[in-house]
Write a protein that binds this ligand. Structure first.
Ligand code: ADP
Ligand code: MG
Length: 447
């Protein structure tokens, strides 16, 4: 079959499966995907799955150590206004709800062909669980249809994993009439990824979902300060779980209303996915602090587990005179990252050097420096209907592993890896976001 007939077949099936996303011009079209799955080393893939519960356990322990946790977050808050406001909200609220659900995704790139290096851990609003599942299904279906017997695509349960964990949290709230509230962005382009979760929550568990932005929260939900319950204004039903697909970036808080909404949600007895402690423990500064000597070992008393975690850390550095001098000598070996989420914020090469030249010391704690990873390249065809392109080019991939952690304070109730995402981008692209950048959805073919 020629590339163009494979492309047509792939596109029609992507649409048939709901592998769809809005463009920046507001057209709902196939999400960007790779025409073929990309080869990925099986051992590194298994290792990433095995690490997921350990990372959840590590973060749970870190949150419980309020002295360490507060010391790190205070450093960021002193330099970054957004983190300062989140932290203020965390400190002001006193909810009795100890149950928390984290639906996380840890992202990795490969160094030296097959060594896993953690890029970051997303503890709020990890996207693409459903579209990643659909991409695996698409590649699997095309492989079988095109009679490609050589494929070894691991099962991807990200969608079902997220749905079942949200349903588990909902069950703990113990009100069969209660709803789940999705906090979404006002101009979300990835709605289909969210609606696929909503559909399965309803079809498999009979759970109904309400949606609103933080800004619009007060029009949709009311807070009963006597009971700390959240209720839907439309039918007075209680909100069992608040699932955040927004609230991680300053743009999600356009006015004081949005901050007020975040505070009310945190204060309420709804189960948060996640609460503010889990959002804050996912900061890049925290990642850098956990990589300092003996810290992981302190929090993970089991030496094998600590060692496995440490083995996937890239170089991570707080800004100081010494490291900045090193960056000036070897800029190609570093990435400068601000305390922001959502892609498109990191600085590389000359832009990084220029930023460091003018950065006041008071801002140092709002950034980290990270060793730059150069992943092994391969060939693929990146299909982007938005630009009407299907380019056969040199690409690199970034693996994400989804995991759920349902906990009652420091007691873990459920902790497991549930699925994966492979994002693939041209070798020349610096950033790997799908909504923001040049990356496409892919799936790993294990070798
Ligand atoms: P964000 O929270 O904005 O998603 P990330 O840390 O995931 O921030 O960085 C965004 C993208 O930048 C990643 O998906 C990856 O493509 C690239 N990137 C991040 N860190 C590194 C690194 N150390 N080496 C090479 N590329 C990186
Ligand atoms: Mg990222």
């Amino acid at each position: 079959m020629s590339n163009s007939s494979t492309l047509k077949l792939a596109t029609e099936n992507a649409v048939a499966m709901g592998l769809l996303m809005y463009t920046s011009q507001n057209d709902l079209i196939p999400a960007p995907f790779s025409l073929y799955p990309s080869n990925y080393p099986s051992a590194a893939f298994q290792q990433a799955y095995a690490l997921a519960p350990s990372f959840n356990q590590l973060l749970t322990t870190v949150i419980a150590d309020t002295e360490f946790f507060n010391a790190v977050i205070t450093q960021i808050a002193s330099a970054d206004e957004f983190t300062a406001k989140l932290y203020e909200c965390y400190q002001q609220t006193t909810s009795e709800q100890q149950l928390n659900l984290a639906l996380v995704r840890t992202d990795y790139m490969l160094q030296a062909q097959n060594e896993l290096r953690q890029i970051e851990i997303n503890t709020i609003s990890s996207a693409f669980a459903c579209l990643a599942t659909k991409t695996t299904e698409l590649h699997n279906y095309l492989g079988i249809t095109l009679n490609n017997a050589a494929l070894n695509l691991p099962k991807n349960s990200a969608k079902t994993g997220f749905v079942n964990s949200l349903a588990l949290a909902w069950q703990y709230y113990a009100d069969s009439e209660a709803l789940i509230l999705f906090i979404v962005q006002a101009h979300e382009r990835n709605n289909v990824d969210q609606y696929l979760l909503q559909q399965q929550l309803f079809s498999e568990h009979g759970i109904r979902v309400l949606r609103c932005s933080l800004e619009n929260f007060a029009n949709v939900v009311k807070f009963d300060s006597g009971t700390s319950n959240l209720h839907a204004r439309s039918n007075n039903k209680k909100i069992a779980v608040v699932y955040f697909r927004a609230a991680y970036t300053p743009a999600d808080y356009p006015t004081a209303n949005a901050w007020e909404a975040r505070t009310i949600i945190e204060q309420s007895n709804a189960i948060k996915c996640p609460n503010l402690a889990w959002q804050l423990v996912g900061t890049k500064k925290m990642q850098q602090c956990l990589a300092a000597s003996d810290i992981v070992e302190k929090f993970m008393p089991e030496p094998n587990q600590a060692q496995a975690i440490r083995a996937c850390f890239a170089g991570l550095y707080a800004l100081d005179v010494e490291i900045i001098a090193n960056v000036r000598l070897n800029p190609e070996q570093f990435v400068l990252k601000p305390q922001r989420e959502g892609g498109g914020n990191n600085l590389y090469g000359n832009q990084m050097l220029q930023a460091l030249d003018v950065m006041p010391r008071a801002e140092y704690n709002a950034w980290i420096l990270m060793e730059r990873i150069y992943a092994p390249d391969s060939q693929n065809v990146l299909v982007r209907h938005q630009d009407a392109t299907a380019e056969a080019i040199e690409v690199v991939s970034e693996l994400g592993v989804y995991a759920s952690c349902f906990n009652n304070g420091s007691e873990i109730i459920e902790n497991k890896a549930v699925g994966h995402l492979l994002r693939t981008k041209p070798v020349y692209a610096e950033e790997g976001g799908i909504v923001a950048g040049l990356a496409v959805l892919d799936s790993p073919n294990l070798i």
